[in-house]
Design a protein around this ligand. Sequence first.
Ligand SMILES: NC(=O)c1ccc[n+]([C@@H]2O[C@H](COP(=O)([O-])OP(=O)(O)OC[C@H]3O[C@@H](n4cnc5c(N)ncnc54)[C@H](OP(=O)(O)O)[C@@H]3O)[C@@H](O)[C@H]2O)c1
Length: 339
Amino acid sequence: MAIRQALLAGPLGFGGAPLGNMFRNIPDDEAEATVDAAWDAGTRYFDTAPFYGAGLSEIRLGAALKKRKRDDYVLSTKVGRLILNELEDPAARDQGEKGDIFKYGRSNKIVLDYTADGAKRSIEDSLKRLNVDRLDFVWIHDIAQDFHGDAWISMFETARTGAFRALDQLRDQGVIKGWGLGVNRTEPVELMLELSEPRPDGTLLAGRYTLLDHERALQRLMPLAVEKNVDIVVGGPYSSGVLAGGTHFEYAPASPEILAKVQKIKALCDQYKIPIKAAALHFSLAHPASAAIIPGASKPERIAEDHAALKTAVPDDFWVDLRKQELVSPKAPLPIDRK
Ligand SMILES: NC(=O)c1ccc[n+]([C@@H]2O[C@H](COP(=O)([O-])OP(=O)(O)OC[C@H]3O[C@@H](n4cnc5c(N)ncnc54)[C@H](OP(=O)(O)O)[C@@H]3O)[C@@H](O)[C@H]2O)c1
């Protein structure tokens, strides 16, 4: 519950990965205009990470938020990778299956560090790049198969006795408001939720509780999160773009099967005259474990769409039909189930 209580302006936050030049070279002024558009629309929760462009997303977010009072917004970043002053070729990085999505980011060398000292150093570095004196939530980034293959298990063990304990202490001391994992896979979250200690407050789960992909999270992760009072921040609610009119699924070009499924969902949305973004955001938020949704954007015009989508009144019959047409898991809670 600690996460949802700390949110200042509702569940719609801003995902800062695109600000790190994800997929393309984004001009500084476009990045700033996107953050400004989010602010003007009422967004008060911003997520970023050292990994996003090797510090670029944090630097840009910090610069854009400099004109705002720190008490007026909520900020999360991540630990687990240190950004060094030494340079490297971003295209030659060995960062797992999604390693090259930030090839247009800064060239600073990125090293993994899930120890307690690494987490503390990472926070200090992030505070400098963001130009702020404190963070609200800290997520331990990408201890999972997609970046580390089978080695994720030994990294999880390093983090369990390292970063987990360091962040637990910082939360208990009131330095941060909450911590957890920031991952694209369910297994590390399940493992963490089954530990008796330390106690995370939330978790940023990206891409695994979306309209397109939620089956696995519904089996164990989401019920466990409810049971343990751990709030889920849904990252990548558009499945990295394909649900919003983009072409990426899981940070790679979407397959014909995925595009066909999106087409079916879109056809139903058109029938009910609602934007597909509304279906995506309302679906991800309908689970009782979900505390927030943080769509990413690198263009200012996306922000108004996101806020309009959340405000859209989705007809009950849309959800009934979505279920009837088996476009979602029969086990997925829908907004109509809360009535
Ligand atoms: N391991 C982790 O902790 C982790 C992993 C993934 C994500 N996250 C967090 O979750 C946030 C959101 O994830 P995400 O940014 O990867 O994916 P997302 O929110 O699912 O989708 C964002 C993408 O949708 C595109 N989009 C939005 N509206 C569109 C439209 N009308 N037409 C075409 N494309 C549109 C955006 O394109 P434009 O760029 O062109 O605006 C952007 O590339 C991240 O920024 C990050 O904060 C965390």
